[in-house]
Design a protein around this ligand. Structure first.
Ligand code: PLP
Length: 480
């Protein structure tokens, strides 16, 4: 029996000696592998290689990666320095028992401690963001002896059973009962509270709501509040200035731990090492992944403040993974941490972020469908609405998107711009290596795509797609 994709010694394949054809690769991938978060009726791009902000398809087309894949390829694609570091580590040793140590484990532990907020010097290295968050929750419960975790409705903390159930993202629905003692709190989503104009007043209002929830739940029952300091895939919500500091103070007042999920917002994405750095906030537990290796090799970590590290010294830490502190992931992390600094990528994210945000604001001036523009560093999005008065979302986050959403996605891909439209959020999160000319080129394509969104606002007289979609069978939690 012959296969479709090959090239490795000892593997037979019909495509081993020829350039694999994009359609054949898609067909084989669809036949033999499962796609996530939705039905299997997908039409994925087949990618051959990447370089900087670009991905090159097997179809020969060059695509601009305007989402850093999943907001993680911060240093850009195809950097040979990471490949060399990984190969060198593999030649030395790839994998040892979690109870053994390697030089790379010690080195990356120290390098990270020098970059994380002050007094956070100990890391539990995981494989991804989800298991880092699970470890954070378990540790908070262990250290406080309390059960409840406060999370936000607009949040995503990972796809594994526990943290998906703890997330607010609609994808939680099938597993929601999977983690008990989760209490959700409202988001600092100012755009959805237009009747409080002043950002500081809105921050105070939101924190007062959270304080009431803490009091009504009973502070003595709450282990931790877990937040993304800047919400990522659930709407790129940048809280008003002072909000995170206020949340830190609230946690301190009630003896509750603060867990900052920096999986998406960390490693320069916001123009600082971590989003919490903008407010000089030191969490009790911080979770990271994605940018730590820029996605070259899976790796995450749960970073402990020193007082938490002290507390687990003689209490059994309740998390473990075969591949924790994997030497190959850590080798990639060491190389990537060096690249952030040698190439000045975090400063570039701050400078290019300002350029991008200014460009997005110009798009808002031209396009009535753009209700709001939010961003910090190279972490930004446009929120699309029917009209700026009602702020009604143009496309539903839950359920089937209308034809205009599909048209926008097809237009962008057709023009070689891989930008992520999720519900009404059109994200702009390119790799941190992007320059001003590349941003301008991408904005010009977004400009044209927004004409489609503007035209879709004319459907306002008909039932909005969010309602129409509810009349036909669909998988409510899937958003593809
Ligand atoms: N936390 C946040 C804020 C995320 O955005 C994600 C993934 O998108 C995760 C956690 C989960 O990370 P992973 O998919 O690496 O498990």
């Amino acid at each position: 029996m012959s296969g479709v994709v090959a090239g490795a010694p000892g593997i037979t394949g019909t495509l081993s000696d020829v350039r694999p054809d994009a359609a054949a690769v898609v067909e084989a991938a669809r036949r033999y592998t499962v796609f996530e978060w939705g039905t299997q009726q997908v039409a994925p791009l087949a990618i051959e290689r990447g370089s900087g902000i670009y991905l090159y398809g097997l179809d020969g087309v060059r695509y601009t990666d305007f989402n850093s894949i999943a907001m993680c390829v911060n240093i850009g694609h195809g950097d040979p320095r990471v490949a060399e570091a990984v190969a060198a580590q593999m030649a030395e040793v790839s994998f040892v028992s979690p109870f053994m140590v390697t030089r790379i484990r010690a080195e990356v532990g120290e390098l990270l401690a020098q970059r994380t907020p002050p007094g956070m010097t100990k890391a539990f290295f995981t494989l991804a963001g989800a298991d880092a968050n699970e470890a954070a929750i378990r540790t908070a419960r262990l250290v406080t002896g309390r059960r409840k975790i406060l999370t936000r409705y607009r949040s995503y903390h990972g796809g594994s059973h526990g943290v998906l159930a703890a997330s607010g993202d609609p994808r939680r629905e099938p597993v929601e009962a999977g983690m008990g003692d989760i209490v959700r709190i409202p988001d600092p989503y100012h755009y959805r509270f237009p009747w409080i104009e002043d950002p500081a007043a809105f921050a105070a209002f939101n924190l007062a709501q959270i304080e009431q929830i803490i009091q009504l739940e009973g502070a003595h029952t709450i282990a931790a509040v877990m937040v993304e300091p800047v919400t990522g895939s659930n709407g790129l919500i940048v809280p008003p200035s002072g909000w995170l500091r206020g949340l830190r103070a609230l946690c301190d007042r009630y003896g509750i731990l603060l867990i900052c999920d920096e999986v998406m917002s960390g490693f320069g994405r916001t123009g600082r090492w971590f989003a919490s750095d903008h407010e000089d906030v030191v969490p009790d537990l911080m979770t990271i992944a994605k940018g730590i290796t820029s996605g070259y090799v899976p790796l995450g970590a749960c970073v402990l403040a020193d007082h938490i590290a002290d507390a687990i010294e003689d209490r059994p830490f309740g998390s473990g993974l075969t591949y924790q502190s994997h030497a190959v992931g850590l080798a990639a992390a060491k190389a990537v941490l060096g690249i952030y600094e040698s190439d000045g990528l975090i400063d570039n994210a701050a400078a290019m972020g300002a350029h991008l945000l200014a460009g997005l604001r110009r798009l808002q001036e031209r396009h009535p469908s753009v209700g709001d523009v939010r961003g910090i560093g190279l972490f930004s999005c446009l929120e699309l609405v029917y009209d700026r008065g009602s702020r009604l979302e143009l496309f539903p986050l839950v359920g089937q998107a209308g034809p205009a959403a599909a048209e926008i996605k097809a237009f962008l891909t057709g023009r070689g711009l891989l930008a992520n439209l999720r519900g009404s959020f059109l994200f702009a999160n390119p790799p941190l290596v992007i320059d001003a000319a590349q941003i301008d080129e991408s904005l010009a394509i977004l400009d044209e795509a927004l004409d489609i969104a503007d035209a879709a606002t004319a459907d306002r007289g008909a039932p909005p797609p969010a309602h129409a979609a509810n009349l036909v069978p669909f998988t409510p939690w899937s958003n593809r």
